[in-house]
Design a protein. Structure first.
Length: 148
């Protein structure tokens, strides 16, 4: 019987797994510390040299404008691709679906025709023959083979 899930505890991690977890935690802590130190140093530098801060600000504004321009081009490209997809669905996929639907209706009609004009007469003939045979067996005109 499997152990109860509430009472089940996973096995303790291996020493190598513990070592990797410690290294990951230390690396994340060191990275966060370096980020904070870098931000403090950057703010101190920009406060000490206001003219350079203005130049960096202007460069960042230009970079954001270029990024916005590229984003606009990407959105226009996306809109064109969506319009082409809608056009393809309307002009190519829908006629294919209509054609498949027509083929299915034709197949359904053929199956009904065969059922009415081939299967039903054969079934009726078999039922008449079975009834006739039973009648002959009843009046003892038809002996079954190997009967004593």
């Amino acid at each position: 019987m499997p152990p109860d899930s509430a009472a089940y505890s996973p096995p303790p991690p291996s020493p190598e797994e513990l070592r990797r977890r410690r290294l990951l935690a230390a690396g994340l802590g060191l990275g966060a510390l370096l980020l904070v130190v870098g931000l403090v140093a950057g703010v101190a530098y920009l406060l000490a040299y206001p003219q350079r801060a203005a130049n960096i600000r202007d460069i960042l504004i230009i970079a954001l404008a270029v990024e916005l321009l590229l984003l606009g081009v990407a959105l226009v490209t996306l809109a064109v691709q969506v319009a082409r997809l809608v056009n393809m669905v309307q002009n190519e996929v829908r006629p294919l679906l209509d054609s498949a639907n027509n083929a299915m209706n034709t197949l359904r009609g053929t199956a009904e025709f065969l059922s009415e004009n081939l299967s039903e007469p054969v079934i009726k003939l078999n039922s008449y023959l079975a009834g006739f045979r039973r009648m002959l067996e009843t009046i003892d005109l038809l002996k079954k083979p190997f009967q004593r």
